[in-house]
Design a protein around this ligand. Sequence first.
Ligand SMILES: [Zn+2]
Length: 387
Amino acid sequence: MWIFSSPRIVFGEDALNYLEELRGRRAFFVTDANMVRLGFVERVQKHLRAAGLESAVFADVEPEPSLQTVRRAAEQMAQYQPDWVIGLGGGSAMDAAKAAWLLYECPTADPAAINPMETYGLRQKARLVAIPTTSGTGSETTWATVLTDTDIGMKLSMGTHELTPDLAIVDPSLVTSMPPRITADTGMDVLTHAVEGYTSTMHNDFSDGLCLKATALVFQYLPRAYANGQDMEAREHMHNAASIAGLGFGNSMAALAHAMGHSLGAVFHVPHGRSVGLFLPYVIEFTANGGGTRYADIAKFLDLPAEDEAQGAASLVAAIRDLQRRIDFATSVQQLGVDREDFEAALPKLIANAEADNQLFFNARFANSEDLAKLFMCAYEGRSVDF
Ligand SMILES: [Zn+2]
């Protein structure tokens, strides 16, 4: 048995207007200072006021939100007693909103150990709205949350089906001001979700179509959204692609590129999409070298040469490299400016982090410690994976 989870998704132009349909008394925002500065909090509040809701704002979410931040947000939430929680921002804000909401509903829970085996009894006090302002993590449609334990320098990727937002508002007007660098990073996160969701060992009939469609949308629209942020057609399709890929991988699993990306991100503070997107082609090569994979299906869907698995995987890697070139995306860790000595010194920590990441176990070919060491070095130097 497996469960397909999805929020109600309101997408396209003027999707924010749907907030006026909410029924309740009080909303509590979990967001960051940038969202206040850009006027996005005020825009959402305007719709909430029209629905007769008051609101309070916690705007202290930092990139790679920490457990400590989540606890502070939950404390303020408990004082305000909202019946709606609004996660507004990129993945960090939405993930922090999920975890803080869980603590508000279930104060005895350990936010460092949120897991699908436990029942938290959410929705006794409030429901969750997720409003993404980047087109990337897909957190608005998934039950996952990634927090950082700053004490031990490690990302904790956790989740439970109960954390799937009740409502996702996917409004493209919120992403037009995203700078090109963030458009590229978050767009590569979408691609990594879609490819890993399709090829992980948890793939299924329900997630497959979503992953394929999201993959095609990224190839078609990411270069356009990167080249011209005001290209509304490209922005809208990329924003949809992020949520579709979220549904895809959220109902399957992400895999090795995410395990390695989380690891690198926590140690060298590389943005999520930049690190997972960098590892993706290396992971495809490694996985395809191990035999049966599903990369040829993806290649065929994209009209790339794919007479057999090996050719399909190679075509897909070449297409990803080409996409990366068009969006000025780093293709090796060295290009990110990480010093070789620092990287080699951190290698044991990078491997240990990746091995502690549950997404490692859903890769179609398992990577042991030795494989991980070699993979990290290939990705550092920009060498093809030949093992
Ligand atoms: Zn991701």
